[in-house]
Design a protein around this ligand. Structure first.
Ligand code: FAD
Length: 464
């Protein structure tokens, strides 16, 4: 499809445009190549042009002109999404939010920023200004934007205490511009937040974000080693359940993930499993008996601030990245091991797959209960085998939020979100925002071929 890009640029001469083909290609891509399936499907996706607005007013004018010319708009923060969320499937404009990066204000317990603000810059600002930090952040803290995290992310470092983005209270306000003949600017709060939270920018462009803060801490990165994966997992479970211990990370890695893929990592026994934890210094003593009970040993301890590579850059989706740097054939899964049987399920999957699917767990608090996400590595052979591995997990009761699919429904939702669909009909009546990412837009009756009742991002009506 050809779009009237010349007319669009002529209508908005004051806007910053990127037209250099190599840069446009680069800004049309994210970390989709984590998945061999998406690599095959999305490699050719590219925009016609990139627009870099400096203000909300420029966003409004851009959307109005694109609406008038029926030009698709795909929003981009830092492009660290790893299932093609920010990739334009039908060309058009990539709207790069990186220049709208101001922290607008911080108060005790609260911060408001423009959507293009980098998460690390927000944290630096709030630590200095009000002694607070974001409750949780993706392992891409040093590069990702806050708007991109809300648009395409879910959880991360801090989720062992605070849960995930979709849980009430973890996002407080979103300012959103709609894609209409005359775009509207809306402030979403309360239940309305879910209309734009984890919507891949299909229901509106987030221009400002208001987030709650936790008290900031001088975090310690701990590297702990255990004789077996299940010793490490049981330790992780006990630590994650200790509500009195202030912590930000509980990550469990089977051998040989750290041994084989982590450059510059402390020496480990060949078969030792690892727990990476971030704990506030006053609570270290509480860990000593717990470590002994699970046959663990402390391998390294360093202030997160002083670490050459912070521990969190070996966790969450960074684990996969570290492995990919060494072995390009590795891919991964995103799994929920639901409470209360998560430990039994993990043991079963370890027995089933062994070294074909080395286990990586991130402890989270979901709906108030400790459980874990699996971001297991997969030694990829064929798409058929990958699908079989997914099926075996789902049959066993461990739902997969498929990172090898680029639509909202096949990834985190696993169902049509009727509230987001209804909102999109008003906010983007021509379906121009990030087209192709919301299956329900083309097929409101879409159902997964493997129906189940466990969702990572429950649609509004299922939460009741
Ligand atoms: P982008 O990738 O640019 O965009 C993400 C999605 O949000 C896209 O659909 C985009 O269209 C949309 N979007 C961006 N900005 C806006 C806006 N202003 N308004 C509306 N929609 C918008 N994710 C996690 O949840 N937790 C992790 O720990 C984590 N770790 C990661 C580690 C690595 C190494 C990688 C590659 C990815 C990881 N991710 C993780 C995925 C990704 O980093 C996060 O989702 C990240 O927060 C995305 O931010 P971004 O600015 O790069 O967004």
């Amino acid at each position: 499809m050809t779009h009237d890009i010349t007319g669009l640029m002529a209508a908005l001469p004051g806007l910053d445009w990127i037209t250099d083909p190599a840069l446009v290609r680069q800004k049309s891509r994210d970390f989709f190549w984590y998945s061999p399936v998406l690599k095959r499907q999305l490699n050719g996706a590219r925009a016609d042009v990139v627009a870099v607005p400096r203000s909300e007013e420029e966003v409004v004018r851009l959307l109005a002109e694109c609406h008038a010319r029926r030009i698709p708009v795909t929003t981009r923060g830092a492009g660290t999404g790893n299932y093609g969320q920010a990739m334009p499937l039908l060309g058009g404009v990539v709207l790069d939010m990186s220049a709208m990066d101001a922290v607008l204000w911080a108060k005790p317990g609260l911060v408001r920023a423009q959507a293009g603000a980098k998460i690390i810059d927000m944290d630096r600002h709030t630590r200095a200004a009000v002694g607070g930090e974001l409750r949780f952040h993706p392992s891409t803290k040093r590069t990702a934007t806050i708007g991109g995290f809300i648009g395409g992310g879910s959880s991360g470092i801090g989720s062992c205490t605070w849960g995930i983005l979709r849980e009430p209270g973890n996002v407080l306000g979103l300012r959103v511009v709609t894609m209409e003949e005359t775009p509207r600017v809306l402030e979403l709060r309360g239940a309305e937040l879910d209309l734009a939270n984890h919507a891949y920018g299909t229901t509106g462009i987030i221009t400002e974000v208001e987030m709650p803060l936790a008290p900031s801490e001088d975090w310690l990165d701990l590297t702990l080693a255990f004789p077996s994966l299940m010793d490490a997992a049981r330790f992780g479970d006990a630590l994650a359940s200790m509500d009195g211990v202030v912590k930000k990370l509980v990550c469990v890695l089977a051998a040989p993930i750290a041994q084989q893929y982590f450059k510059g990592f402390p020496a480990l026994g060949e078969t030792e499993a690892v727990v990476l934890a971030m704990v506030a210094p006053p609570y270290l003593d509480a860990l000593v008996p717990l470590l002994a009970r699970h046959w663990g040993r402390e391998v390294a301890r360093i202030r997160t601030e002083d670490a050459p590579v912070p521990a969190y850059e070996f966790t969450w989706n960074h684990t996969t990245l570290q492995a990919l740097k060494v072995d390009r054939s590795i891919t991964y899964l995103q799994t929920l091991f639901p409470a209360p049987d998560h430990l039994a399920l993990i043991a079963r999957m370890e027995r089933e797959f062994g070294d074909e699917v080395p286990i990586h767990l991130e402890y989270v608090r979901l709906g108030g209960r400790v459980c874990c996400f699996g971001l297991q590595l997969v030694r990829f052979t064929t798409e058929e085998r990958l699908n079989e591995i997914i099926r075996i997990h789902e049959d066993a009761g461990a739902p997969i939020f498929n990172p090898h699919a680029f639509t909202l429904e096949e990834g985190g939702m696993k169902q049509v979100d009727a509230a987001q669909l209804a909102f999109k009909r008003q906010a983007d009546p021509l379906g121009l925002l990030n087209p192709g990412k919301m299956l329900a837009w083309d097929d409101p009756d879409w159902t997964p071929d493997r129906p189940g009742k466990v969702y990572l991002f429950p649609a509004a009506e299922d939460e009741a």
